[in-house]
Structure formats: structure tokens, C-alpha cells
Design a protein around this ligand. Sequence first.
Ligand code: EPZ
Length: 429
Amino acid sequence: MDQIRIRGGKPLNGTINIGGAKNAALPLMAASLMTAETLNLSNLPHLVDISTMVHLLAELGVEISMDGNAPNGGHIGRALNLRAENIPGHTAPYDLVRRMRASILVLGPLVSRFGEARVSLPGGCAIGTRPVDLHLNGLRELGAEIELAEGYIQATAPNGLQGGKIIFPSVSVGATENLLMAACLAKGETTLLNAAREPEVADLAHCLVAMGADISGIGSDTLTIQGVDSLHGADYQVIPDRIETGTYAVAAAITGGDIILKGCGIAQNTAMIDVLRRSGVTVDEVEDGMRVHRTTGALKGVDILTEPYPGFPTDMQAQLMALMATAEGASMITESIFENRFMHVPELCRMGADINVHGASAIVRGVGHLSGAPLMATDLRASVSLVLAGLAAEGETLVSRVYHLDRGYERLEEKLSACGADIERIESK
Ligand code: EPZ
């Protein structure tokens, strides 16, 4: 398994282009199942998770062609043309679903368009049990019959789905996306209450509207969908990745550097930017992006509570913990979304961080400096927090199991070394 070696202590300076959002691209790709016509997606990131979704959709019968090479040999996001004209099978197999939980997003489209779906239960993952009860209860509200057998969800709606009123007891990004897609072809009106407001949900809604869906309330916690008979193809560009944006903003802050992030917006990152500014990092809006720099003074510890959007994103919790570990003073970080998302803590402590976990909260007391060490990545965002800590640490850091990183960060070493980081991938023999 590959490793990443970092020799820390160098301030990062330069420009980083932000890619398309993984967590928008995945539901958008699943939406291709909603029509027999071609959905052309652009600005997709080159990530393992995207390839896994390509594999799953191809397994279902979706014709997929891809291109990702800019005419001048530069680098642009991958373009995918997806056409779900002939979908003989409606099964998402365990072998693929276990690799990526987002595979569950084919459930809503398959049931609503074909009246049946057989999708493996995704199972838990490192950060929690991650049930799918909200997805299934929502589909039942729309008239689907749901059975669980042999580790699979068997959903059927022989007469099609009927519109209904779904009140989510808790905010769920994936359940909102699954039910939003399912409702587009249901008969009548569907209302989703307490819907997730993440920008990736809005991106999916905008794409569905471009495909002929009738959706109102986009961006709010109440989505109203008037079912239509069918959807058509569309061309759609994926929004920038706000978590990649935040991750590289922390890279600038934790190394005392100065980085321009291109192709991203401030608007979708307000909670994260507010935390950075309160800790003493300067974030300025620039043309087509933002400039993040800290050239003087120590950082201050800031308390953080992860919440559904527009609150502070759970996907940035591990990265901010690495930053707070180097700040002056203490920070209390509370993880309210997932029940086991502190696995980066023991690894950061091996670098000299002073962090104590009490239930859903971690008390971080900043230390003067971190020391490089051999570390083990456990999940996507925990892995990148170890890389960030390594960039700031004295000495050498060696991160193993970097396949976690490859699921969500495109050309990470390239983007960081272009800003002066001493970072390289050691490929396993
Ligand atoms: C999406 O996961 C993201 N993944 C996650 O990003 C992100 O952390 C999460 O939303 C929260 O923002 C993608 O978009 C592909 P949820 P999702 O349903 O949809 C519980 C990353 O690092 N829940 O909003 O699976 C669940 O256990 C990944 O890019 C139920 O109880 O998250 C969790 O505690 C990690 N029942 C909470 O809700 C359900 O049926 C929020 O989960 C569904 C969820």
C-alpha cells in the first residue's frame, strides 16, 4: 500500500485550483438513471469514488464515455457522458456498495423509473454505523414496498411511486438526495421537510430541473416536487468542492503560508471561514476564489460544533483539529453528526498533540510544535488531517493506507508540492 512522506516546517505559498465536488458528483451521476437520454456532466474530479460510481452504473447498464483532457494538454475536470437507455438489471451488488456508501444513491432513481431496485445494504464504515432507515422510510411514504433480505434492500413499486409528505426526523444529505430523485417521477406532489441544505443537494436539484424536473424550495429545508412523466438529458457542470477548499485553506493556515484557492466561492464556506478568521487566519475574497494567509502571530484556539449546513461541516472537523493542535490556547471540538469521527485523535497525539476526547467532544490544547511520526490513516478526512499536521510538524511524517486519501483528494501531493511542500508518494512494490 502506498505511503506519503512529508518533511514539514515549510510555509506554503502559491495557487491551488479547486476541483469539482465529490459529494455533488456522486448523486449527479446517480441521477443519470432517471432518464433514457444522455446526461453530460463536466468538472468531475478524478477520484477513486468517481471511478467506483462509474463501475456501478456501468454494471447496471449505463453507457458511459469519459474525457478529462483539456485541448491544450492542461488539466480540467473529467467529463462524463452517461446514458441509461437500456437498464436490464436493477441490482447494486454488495461488492461495489461495500466500497462506497454513496452507492445507495442509485436506490431512489431505480425505484422511481423502473419500479424496482435491489441494492446491497451499505453496512457501516469507520466513522459510524451509518444506517439508511431515513432513505427506506421515505420511500415507503411514497408507496414503495421495502424488504430486507440476505443483506439486500429489495424495493418495489409496481404501479410507480405516489407523491407524499416526508418529514425527516434528522437531517440526512443522502436520504434527502435519494428521495428528491425518487419524487421527480412520482405521481403527484411530494414535500420533503427538514431536508438537508448542503450545496451538493442544491446542485443535484438544479441538475434535475435542467433535466425537466419540477422542484421548488431549492436551498431551503423544504423541497416541493411535482412529479413528471419523464426526465430528459442535460449538460451540467459540477460545483467546486467546498471541503477540498477548506482543506487547502487549513494547509495555508497551519504552515503559516499564503495560498490563493481558485475556482471556489466564499459563499458556500462561510462557517469554515468564520472559524479560520476567529483563530487569526486572514481570508480575503479574490477573483474566482479566495486568498488564505497567516504570516504573523500565533493562532488562537476556537471552539467548533459540527452541524448540518450552513453550520460548520463535519467533513472539515478533522482538518480543523489538526490546526487547533498547533494554536495557542484551548479549543473544544464537538462532533454532532457522526458517532465515531475522532479516529485522527490518537494519530495526532503521536505527533505530540494534546487532545482529550470526552464523548462527542474533544478538548484540544495547542502545543508549540508537532513532531513528525509514522502514522496510520483510517478514513478520508482523518487521513488528510494527518497530512496537514505533517506539513506543520518538525521532521518527517510517513502516512500509511493513503488509499483513503485517494477516494476524495485529487493529486494531493502535486497540489501541495507546487506550493513548496516537501511531500512525495512512496509507491508500494
Ligand atoms: C454525506 O454522507 C457525505 N457523503 C458525507 O461526506 C458527509 O459527512 C455527510 O453527508 C454529512 O454531511 C456524500 O455526500 C457522498 P447523512 P451521508 O445521511 O449522506 C445518520 C466525506 O468525507 N443517518 O447526512 O451518508 C448518519 O448515520 C463523506 O466526503 C441515519 O441515522 O450522511 C449520520 O449520523 C463522509 N439514517 C447522520 O445521519 C439514515 O438513513 C448524517 O448522515 C441516514 C443517515
